[in-house]
Design a protein. Sequence first.
Length: 508
Amino acid sequence: MADGDSIFIGASRKPDDSYQRPEQLLLKYGNRHGLVTGATGTGKTVTLQVLAEGFSNAGVPVFAADIKGDLSGVSMMGDDKDFLVARAEAVKLDPYEHRQFPVIFWDLFGEQGHPIRATVSEVGPLLLSRLMNLTEAQEGVINIAFRIADEEGLLLLDLKDLQALLANLAGRADDISARYGNVTKASVGAIQRTLLILEQQGGGHFFGEPALEISDLMRTTRDGRGAVSVLAADKLMMNPRLYATFLLWLMSELFEQLPEVGDPEKPKLVFFFDEAHLLFSDAPKILVDRVEQVVRLIRSKGVGVYFVTQSPLDVPETVLAQLGNRVQHALRAYTPREQKAVKTAAETFRPNPDFDCSTAITQLGVGEALVSTLEVKGIPSMVQRTLIRPPASRVGAITPQERQQVMAMSPIAGQYDKAIDRESAFELLQKKGNAAADAAEQRQRQPQPAPEADGGSGWSIPGFGNDGGRRSGRQSVTEAAIKSVVRSVGSQLGRALVRGILGSLSRR
């Protein structure tokens, strides 16, 4: 249905619910970002699947998180199910052909896909502080730790590197505080405890090497289709901060590594951020500003970012303003917040005189959506009530056996499967600590010269500092007796001398 310059999304409907026209997303404006919203069960995942298929067919690589496992079906051939065939007829999709798409499965835990890792240095202090929910003072300590690592050539690759560096900082707190500001052992201890919790929650799987090569997300096949990278996120969602931090890190890496391309005829990569509200929930302003900056500037790198979430209120207005392509599924309006979300969604569209947008949002059926995309010259199209086309690939999750087959045929099979633990901060600090301990032990073993009593007479009284370095903290019985005699004699001589001197003075 779509030509080589666009992606066929579905067909808009007239007020009498009859067919009106095809609704398409122009590839030229695919990097102007987008938003897919709607309540649970309204068809957001299928819309994401349709868009991913369209970009892949156009030769555009795709990265998407699979929250429920349903998106994995894009790797398998679709089925002739009655409701899908009926939908294809309703949107005049002829012929309706089934296809499977080139998929690379990823998983931070290495269970349902290839492991995906980043080093601690790559993630950086800002995202790391966000991940661990640190206080301002603790975030300051993390920033100092990264500065010390740079100055002293300490590689921060995994969590044990950061733990070793923090322990080292605690031992040098006074010196470091004088140079960079207060570093308390209490703050370091709190960060260490947070790192332990993060490690117990599986965060240690993310930090390490081999780190992800961005180029592996931008692969195309020999027939010109873009690879669809699917991140297994069902288990990852148990730690929402890790999920959001990882995806924000990935966007930042794309922004920093990819060259400027201006406005290409089609995107270089499309990035789908499902459950986008997790990125902005309780996020500090500096982090929201960072997201806004990346979204605004990454377009010139040829990357399109599409946020998928339940409500447009989940995305800050500064970011929302950057999203040119909109697909709005049904929203409920039972509570004041839901009513506000409906109003906000309606106001973001270019109005259509044929229907009231606010009313239509609450009346959409499953698989229906209000669609507005950028037309020629980047002008938003008039919003249309649209029936989304059926996917060409399977709707629903694949089996574990099918997933293993796809992974075995992956172009990156074996590239990331085995972790690498090369020399970094942990090993270097351990070597320094061992060297210091050995030096201290050698100093203790060296014999100390014994000071000679009585001007070097060669004899000594035990316990009086000339026992050949064999003194101990406890006196023997003989030593105690000799000391008692000496004290007694000394006392008697002293009294006799005093009496003699005083007597001679009185006689005078």
